[in-house]
Write a protein that binds this ligand. Structure first.
Ligand SMILES: Cc1ncc(COP(=O)(O)O)c(C=O)c1O
Length: 325
């Protein structure tokens, strides 16, 4: 059970419940379990890494309250950082793609974050692009600490220290598969490393959106030219340090349409309102259940809350404009 009295909102991060997806598991021999990460204070799994990366940097003397922090984020890490920065007294700048859902941008503005929107259509090598803007600003300013969740292994370590042990204890070690979308990879490779150390038979399955470079690199060691996809928080245009693809047993590839369809299915069948990456996760878990066709426990995550996507995933005009209806 969750403790219900904390000294600050930061202490309420983590310790999320796991629930059986009992309607989605019907008709499958395997059982699908989902850890409800939208129950974190910032509404996503990324609160965990925000708290951990900042406190590790503080312990190592790299930052102190009053300093300025910068990060590029699809919105969830930004929200986690905003909470921690408000609590501890840091100034926060966030670089975000101008295609990110309005709700996420608004949430950050309400928390007083300096939000820098960049043109999502810029090629990754452009100095003004999502991938380069924060890095370049931090390079020119020694007083600006760049969190760099895509290359900072403290991200993976946060899941090794929290998400992994929680799943292991909640499932009492009865886990056969851990299936998660790879964004930075912090979740799959951090929590997954912990699970594998406890039972090397647990299989780690990643999910990648069509258009991201991870799938082809993992399967064929081939670097594709990335193309646009709409799922937020998953996949990348580059190989990045935190995506330790060699730790993975297999990877599945999902389309925007399929993942969003499954997001609505989770809402309708389980009463759980989530974002598109959670649709991808549950779709992936069901594919594995069908492939193995035997009793097993498949653990996945509901990464964030559907409240963040009323203008996109749950908006028919947006879906139609993007040919996803
Ligand atoms: C909504 C959402 N789902 C999934 C992920 C992927 O998590 P990770 O970066 O740990 O791979 C993210 C990461 O930003 C996210 O925002």
């Amino acid at each position: 059970m969750r403790d219900n009295k904390y000294q600050s909102v930061m202490d309420a991060i983590g310790k999320t419940p796991i629930v059986k997806l009992k309607n989605i598991s019907k008709g499958l021999k395997a059982t699908i379990w989902a850890k409800l990460e939208f129950m974190n204070p910032g509404g996503s799994i990324k609160d965990r890494i925000a708290l951990y990366m900042i406190e590790k940097a503080e312990r190592e003397g790299r930052i102190k309250p009053g300093d300025s922090i910068i990060e590029n984020s699809s919105g969830n890490t930004a929200m986690g950082l905003a909470i921690v920065c408000r609590q501890k007294g840091y100034n926060l700048k966030i670089v975000i793609r101008n295609t990110t859902s309005k709700e996420k941008i608004k949430m950050l503005e309400v928390l007083g974050v300096d939000v820098i929107q960049v043109d999502a259509s810029l090629p990754p090598e452009n100095p003004e692009s999502y991938n380069n803007y924060a890095l370049n600003l931090a390079k020119g300013n020694p007083n600006l600490f760049y969190i760099d969740q895509h290359n900072n292994l403290d991200n993976n370590e946060s899941h090794y220290m929290t998400t992994g042990p929680e799943i292991w204890q909640q499932m009492k070690g009865n886990i056969d598969y851990f299936v998660v979308a790879v964004g930075t990879g912090g979740t799959l490779f951090g929590a997954g490393k912990y699970l594998k150390e406890n039972n090397p038979n647990i299989k780690l399955i990643g999910i990648d959106p069509i258009g991201s470079v991870f799938y082809d690199w993992f399967k064929n060691k081939r670097m594709i030219t990335p193309s646009r996809y709409l799922l937020e928080g998953m996949g990348d245009e580059f190989l990045i340090k935190t995506a330790q693809l060699n730790l993975m047993d297999d990877m599945l590839q999902v389309s925007d349409k399929k993942a969003i369809g499954w997001t609505k299915k989770i809402a309708f069948e389980e009463g759980i309102l989530s974002g598109g990456s959670s649709g991808a996760n549950v779709w992936g878990a069901v594919q594995i259940a069908k492939q193995i066709n035997r009793k097993a426990n498949i653990v996945t995550l509901i990464c964030d809350s559907g409240y963040k996507y009323f203008s996109t995933v749950y908006n028919d005009d947006w879906l139609e404009k993007n040919k996803l209806l």
